[in-house]
Write a protein that binds this ligand. Structure first.
Ligand code: CTP
Length: 402
């Protein structure tokens, strides 16, 4: 969900090599429709020029509390009062320590201290060497900052500029962007656990061949992201897809319909909402050859026979928890024609309160879609839009029905 449009953010940079990522973050925030006022510490200016940040944000950067451009010479008050949030990225170990103690010897720390604590949230994206991050002093500071109401984002893991490997890298700009979008999103599903199936399944014929379909998993992953941003604990059970896992979403990869069925059965008891977007293969070959089936030169083709796969959605929807309302089930219908009639019939057949119809051939692999929501009261159209926008709308529709 793009919740950043129209937001005014102060982006603070303290000293660290991760300042290079702050440039990309600034660009992404502006692209998402936010206005960005950059404030840099003196240490940050050793890593990134104010010129770059000014060009990316379209606003002159503030670096000093003695900046005479403000008529009242109170940049720390003026800049913090107009912000919807202050985001410090990168937040160095030293800057976190200063925040903890309420020190205010430069503009950025002064502004953080002077912000109206109820109305201007402070988010920090730590960035430091792994030993600095693991140091009890830093861990103590982070724990106390959380108690003080500061939103401390995660750190990344991996190669560090110093040549070491471990925890403490700043998150990538795209990850921080996603966390910020979630931060501003209405928490419609707070406290709920959501289970989503996504993508196609793959039914093996032999070790190198199989039957699958054109589902890309994009709609399911967009729904998982939207549910996560709405505050839910989300698990996505994905068939073979090549998509990045949305931030904060737990992912279980499976291959066949039977694998997906087993994974769903193992997870669903902990969920309050089940959304079946996967294009599950209805049938699988009744036998699976251990070795590749070879041509024998006779011109004979292999005879394939099929057996039906378990219907994952129907089995979940018929469980006691779904029937007594403890589990809200949402089905999808990928049709090629007569969407309303098929979706209406499928909703009744699968016994789900909400069924979402779409025209499969015109959406598989695409970034946009159009949905038809069918429930006991009738049908509502969600007109063609990006899959992410539709996913956000669908999550709102589900939240309304809970
Ligand atoms: N579904 C499922 N398990 C299956 C088949 C389908 O969980 N074995 C779910 C899908 O994830 C979707 C819904 O059921 O939410 C409808 O899927 P669809 O393939 O459109 O319907 P089918 O039941 O397969 O009916 P048909 O192929 O006859 O249209």
């Amino acid at each position: 969900m793009n919740t950043l449009a129209g937001k005014h953010l102060v982006l603070g940079l303290s000293g660290g090599i991760a300042c290079y990522k702050a440039a990309e973050l600034c660009r992404a925030l502006v692209k998402a429709g936010a206005s960005v006022q950059v404030v840099m510490t003196e240490a940050a200016e050793h890593f990134m020029t104010a010129v770059t940040m000014q060009a990316l944000s379209g606003r002159a950067v503030y670096t000093s509390q003695w900046d005479a451009r403000e008529a009242n010479n109170m940049a720390h008050i003026n800049l913090s009062r107009e912000a919807d949030a202050i985001v410090v990225a990168p937040a160095s170990a030293d800057f976190l320590a200063k925040l903890l103690h309420g020190r205010a010897d430069d503009l950025l720390s002064l502004m953080c201290l002077a912000r109206p604590i109820e109305s201007v949230p402070l988010l920090v994206a730590p960035a430091m060497n792994r030993e600095m991050w693991a140091n009890p002093a830093t861990q103590r500071n982070v724990a106390q900052l959380k108690v003080d109401g500061v939103h401390v984002l995660d750190v990344g893991q991996g190669d560090q500029a110093c040549g070491e490997t471990g925890d403490g890298r700043m998150l990538e700009a795209a990850e921080i962007l996603e966390d910020l979008q979630a931060f501003f999103a209405p928490q419609l599903l707070a406290g709920k656990a959501v289970l989503v199936t996504a993508g196609p399944t793959y039914e093996a014929i032999d070790p190198v061949r199989g039957i699958t379909n054109l589902s890309s998993g994009k709609m399911g992953f967009a729904i998982a992201r939207a549910a996560r941003q709405a505050g839910a604990e989300v698990t996505v059970i994905a068939g073979p897809v090549s998509l990045a896992t949305p931030r904060g979403v737990r992912r279980i990869d499976v291959r066949s319909a039977q694998d997906m069925f087993n994974a769903v059965q193992a997870q669903v008891a902990q969920s309050q909402i089940f959304i079946a977007t996967a294009a599950v293969a209805d049938w699988r070959p009744d036998t699976q050859a251990d070795q590749k089936i070879k041509k024998d030169g006779s011109g004979q083709t292999p005879q394939l026979a099929f057996i039906e796969n378990p219907d994952i959605l129907a089995s979940v929807a018929q469980s006691d928890r779904a029937q007594n309302g403890a589990l809200f089930c949402v089905g999808f219908a990928a049709e090629s024609h007569d969407l309303l009639a098929h979706a209406t019939a499928k909703r009744l057949r699968k016994q789900v309160p909400l069924l979402v119809g779409n025209i499969g051939p015109s959406t598989f692999g695409q970034d946009d879609n159009a949905l038809l929501l069918v429930d006991a009261k009738g049908a509502t159209e969600l007109p063609r839009a990006s899959k992410q926008d539709l996913a956000d709308d669908l999550i709102a529709e589900i939240a309304r029905r809970l």
